[in-house]
Design a protein around this ligand. Structure first.
Ligand SMILES: [Zn+2]
Length: 168
């Protein structure tokens, strides 16, 4: 079982990231149309991946598990940024809204897809979600959960029970 809020599955290679110090988060930020600087600015495509030097892909690919290295607007920070008390809320909030002090007239979120963003935040904040979410479809097929069980799917004790049941 993954250690909750400490170990993650890499979105590129699928292998386990052993600790938040060995992970990175990458995403795309910038104008939707790079040719037009008045186009909407947005943030999207959040991915949790191995740090460059630790990536199992590094021997074969100098980008390691980074997918957006050559993409316009590629942004990244260490995964532990989202666990450090000095920086975690800065990033989590900034992606939603950069702040009313600097942007008093902005009354919309920067993230392109709120559904994608919330899923990303759940992985970073709900114990056992990272692994438990992999078994939602199976549990649905086995009639252990229903489509209306959204609340249960965020309870750490339920997620842990689900992992225990399906892990092996
Ligand atoms: Zn990886």
């Amino acid at each position: 079982m993954l250690k909750p809020l400490e170990q993650y599955y890499c979105d590129t290679c699928g292998e386990i990231i052993e600790s938040v110090d060995e992970g990175y988060v990458e995403w795309i930020s910038g104008n939707e149309d790079p040719e037009n600087n008045k186009s909407k600015y947005s943030i999207h495509s959040f991915r949790i991946i191995h740090d460059g030097s630790i990536s199992p892909l590094k021997p074969k690919d100098r980008n390691g598990c980074f997918k957006f290295n050559r993409t316009y607007g590629q942004s990244s920070v260490s995964l532990n940024t989202f666990f450090n008390p000095d920086t975690k809320y800065l990033y989590l909030n900034y992606m939603l809204h950069p702040g009313k002090f600097s942007y008093p007239d902005l009354d919309q979120t920067l993230v392109r897809s709120i559904t994608e963003y919330v899923e990303f935040i759940k992985r970073l904040t709900i114990p056992y979600y990272e692994q438990g979410r992999l078994f939602f479809q199976k549990a649905l097929e086995d009639e252990l959960i229903e489509r209306t069980d959204e609340y249960n799917l965020h309870k750490p004790e339920f997620l842990k029970w689900l992992i225990d049941r399906y892990e092996n």
